[in-house]
Design a protein around this ligand. Sequence first.
Ligand code: ATP
Length: 633
Amino acid sequence: LINLSQVEQVKHKDEVLGAKIPYAKLTEIFDKIESESSRLKIISIVSQFFLEILQQSSIDKLVKIVYLFINRLGPDYEPDLELGLGETLLIKAISECYGRPPSKIKKDYQEVGDLGSVAQKSRSGQPTMFKPQPLDIDVVFENLTNIAKSTGKDSQSKKINIINRMLTACNIKSNEAKFLIRSLEGKLRIGLAEKTVLISLAQAFLIYESKSSKKVNPERLTQVEDIIREAFSTIPNYEVIITKAYEYGIDNLLDHCQLTPGIPLKPMLAKPTKSITEVLDRFQGEEFTCEYKYDGERAQVHLLADGTIRIYSRNSEDMSQRYPDLISILREVLNSKEAGVSMVLDCEAVAWDRTNNKILPFQVLSTRKRKDVDEKDIKVHICLFAFDLLYYNNQALITKSLNERRVIMKENLNEIEGRFQFATARNSSNLDELQQFLDQSVKDACEGLMVKMLNGKDSYYEPSKRSRNWLKLKKDYLQGVGDSLDLVVIGGYIGRGKRTGNYGGFLLASYNQDTGEYETTCKIGTGFSDEDLSTIHARLKPTEISQPKSYYVYDTNNSNAVPDVWFEPTIIFEVLTADLSLSPIYKAGHQEYGKGISLRFPRFLRIRDDKGIEDATSSTQVSEFYERQANVG
Ligand code: ATP
């Protein structure tokens, strides 16, 4: 899809230079970051390191290093590149490698709370008979990729073998074993989030290009950060971003990171609002449009010039296998199109009742199988509601107005009732009309309205941005803080009475995008049906861990805020709250307010499987909700 010949050239150059980068050098940086609390200093350490690699022209190594920093092995949209091995397997690997019984490793783990440190300690006590080749970035990256990709019946032992080989090669003097194990767990826990890595990359490129590190002009730095962020939200692939920035220079990066069918862009997001009057205040004097807010699953549809159709989730995962019926619908829609047409459509996939010709609630959609879907067996049908066209016929449309994008979409595609429709929309700024439209949307089984700027620059499509130019007005939440929150489940409380055998309640956390930590926000026990509780129990039980993760921020002194069991962070709950208050025991936003913010009377709505853990409501968003509420009050 992308012309990577340049990447190849750069790789070649790198091989000629042949400079291996020891893994120990990377772990030295991890150590430094772990002991540093100032974010500015962390950025300076990381960018300095990136700069050194850039200066050596080791572009492919820089790409790998960036991925190692964020604990991924490639872009989000490429499958099977996730680490996140379980405790049991890692304990087994450490035990086999160092010849210590698993019970001892477990005991150490309970004391220390970090398997990485346990491995490191076991390593130090291990005499080395021979000196294996030291680990370097390429070897570690390749091995981790092999581990992530290995599936099937022998995969356990294959993984353990690879881990053993790497652990044996770890240098005792550096902390390689510690960080290797943490990477395998899927979280480095050095207090570094992806956001910081992007900023550091921007800083490194800026210094590299200006050839002087004396003084970084803050305005220019913000500009470069924006360029890198924008490029990344259009092409979320570090290999492409870094290679193109290196080859063409930062100021030309966006010209070379154009939207490409086949590469999902990060979707534009909306800000919550609490009333129609708030919407009218925001869009005063501007033309805007309201669309039904459908309650289904976001679907970014890509049609490639060779006729391939791909469907991506909100989270950039390829859902094409899960929705074979949608692919058939799209083939029907595109039937009359001449060959070679390409496009990217932003849509919501919604469950549809074909007998009564109406939308079905999200709960029905969520009963569809997620794997091995055979079109013949599908019982819950889908209607795709298209609300935006981002690319058409070799041309990106994101810098055209929404009005223009809509015209192109409607001119070129035809609706098929109950299968493919355009989002119902109304352009009006009359309060009564809007109220009526909102009520109608709910009668038609939608969640409310999406209100969007219609003309001019403010209506351009802004990938990955939670923009003020898109507002969501959710009927059910107008009484509360204006929106539901999506929080990570990090702990559970043993169920009693009717809930015996299941968890009776859960500890939830927001994600701090600066530090990469999960900050507790509330305990929740309301809103669950018996069926919900048993489904959740079945999913969470295997993720129980004996220790809280070191990146869980909770009040250790208050037994109310300490759950009976801890979980790996794997599931997000969408929850409703009456309001938010400062709390003596919860921790969301605690750095800002001294105390944390917590949800009052939280109620469970549903599990959010379409969001990655780091897409949870951020602590900054929790603070924003809190502040808006304070202003209103
Ligand atoms: P967020 O994406 O804001 O974190 P979320 O994933 O919980 O929140 P919502 O708050 O429900 O999503 O609002 C945005 C979502 O609404 C979009 O991601 C999309 O899936 C859905 N949606 C439904 N109808 C529309 C529409 N007409 N325009 C844009 N998005 C729509």
